[in-house]
Design a protein around this ligand. Structure first.
Ligand code: APR
Ligand code: PHB
Length: 390
């Protein structure tokens, strides 16, 4: 089999890249190691920047999102139960975010791939990349027990943090930067109305909490917890009690409790790999970088990466211009590092660290107090939260 771009990984990065290339007339094949059911069942974050929404519109995969997504004009920052609103629309001169589950984005992109017959292979096992430093790269894999070979011009590594693409770059070329946080997020999903019409990020003496949602009938909540915590120690009622304490009396009053549909603990990590390209291989999304979920930037960074990459590849096929491809890594990383900074900063502002002594606690309080009282500080928070321009 032959295609122009072999895309490794059928998460949001790989699937969106395929549709961006498709509308530009560039052919690609997505190779995903998991089954369609598995990919569509993964529960992930749910806040889209307008840039991400724009890309989904550009590829015509915005119908259900336009009907079901919720536009949020702001969010709240709570300190020990007292809530302060950040008015995104006012502070940014009109920008908002869209609350629409990443799981739904993935489902919509898979449906589009099938409807448009853009090749998408699930359960592609043993994917290996070859000849990346030549002008004739190829990918081998096994499908239904049969060995396959896919020849291509370029390989897009969209296979997430645990994928094979990043590790195909020689160790002496790749530099990685990493910070692992000393806690995780215990998440709960429940079919109950949200406690507020906007998200609440709370810094509380007992640790961070977040009230989020998937729709007006489905809520998503998180509490900071030790990453090795035994979930059995957290029956639903204990989670609801803890959320009520950490989010404060106003949120607790609006909170509807219900049985959890899903419950899990996720670790928090900041990670960047440089460069994001080597020879004919181009990394995008979680394959190249991870952010802690506090700023809701994971999917949005994957989207800006594939926007830059699609532009570069399209330029190459339209007029043979290689400068877009040469400049891809630096261009993508410039935006990545700023989102890394914001996600790291927001995590530091709102979480309780093992070494949070009285002084650091007062520093967190002073900083939130400063944000609440300063228009300039709020503008800074808001412009990062809605997403920096591409
Ligand atoms: N071969 C083929 N596919 C692979 C391989 C492999 N060796 N390894 C991983 N994959 C697939 C995974 O099964 C997954 O479907 O690559 C995909 C990577 O998808 P994500 O992990 O979702 O990463 P990405 O598309 O970059 O999305 C970034 O979405 O997944 C969230 O937290 C993530 O918010 C971030 C954003
Ligand atoms: C979510 O709804 O899952 C969510 C929302 C905002 C975040 C992280 C996760 O910052």
């Amino acid at each position: 089999m032959r295609t122009q771009v072999a895309i490794i990984g059928g998460g949001p990065a790989g699937l969106l890249l395929q549709q961006l290339l498709h509308v530009a007339g560039v052919t690609s094949v997505v190779l995903e190691q998991r089954s369609r059911d598995y990919v569509e069942a993964r529960i992930r974050a749910g806040v889209l920047e307008m840039g991400t929404v724009g890309l989904l519109e550009q590829v015509g995969v915005d119908g259900r999102m336009a009907r079901e997504g919720l536009i949020h004009d702001g969010f709240a920052l709570a300190l020990d139960g007292e809530i302060h609103r950040i008015d995104l629309r006012d502070l940014t001169g009109g920008s908002t975010v869209m609350v629409y589950g990443q799981t739904e984005v993935t489902k919509d992109l898979i449906e589009a791939a099938i409807a448009r017959a853009t090749p998408l292979v699930f359960e592609a096992e043993g994917v290996a990349l070859h000849g990346l430093d030549t002008d004739a790269p190829f990918v081998t894999y096994t499908k239904d027990g049969v060995n396959q070979r896919l020849d291509c011009d370029f390989v897009a590594g969209c296979d997430g943090y645990h994928g094979v693409s990043r590790t195909s770059i020689p160790a002496d070329v790749l530099k990685t930067y990493e910070k692992v946080y000393p806690f995780g997020w215990l998440g709960i999903l429940a079919d109950v109305p949200p406690c507020d019409h906007e998200l609440i990020y709370s810094n509380h003496e007992r640790g961070f909490a977040l009230a989020s949602m998937r729709s007006n009938l489905r809520s998503r909540y998180y509490i900071q917890a030790p990453v090795d915590e035994d979930l059995a120690a957290w029956p639903d009622e204990r989670i609801w009690d803890e959320l009520a304490l950490r989010l404060g009396p106003a949120a607790a009053a609006g909170m509807t409790r219900g049985p959890s549909l899903e419950k899990s603990i996720a670790p928090l990590r900041s990670f960047v790999a440089e460069p994001m390209s080597w020879g004919r291989l181009f990394l995008a999304g979680d394959a190249a970088h991870i952010v802690p979920p506090t700023g809701a930037k994971g999917l949005n960074l994957a989207a800006s990466d594939v926007h830059y990459l699609a532009e570069a590849l399209t330029g190459f096929y339209a007029n043979g211009a290689a400068d877009g491809l040469t400049g891809y890594s630096a261009k993508a990383l410039a935006r990545v590092w700023k989102a890394e900074r914001f996600s790291w900063w927001f995590t530091g502002l709102t979480h309780r660290f093992p070494d949070t002594d009285d002084f650091s606690r007062r520093m967190q309080r002073a900083e939130i107090d400063y944000i609440v009282g300063s228009h300039a500080a709020q503008v800074t928070v808001a412009e990062n939260y809605v997403g920096l321009p591409y």
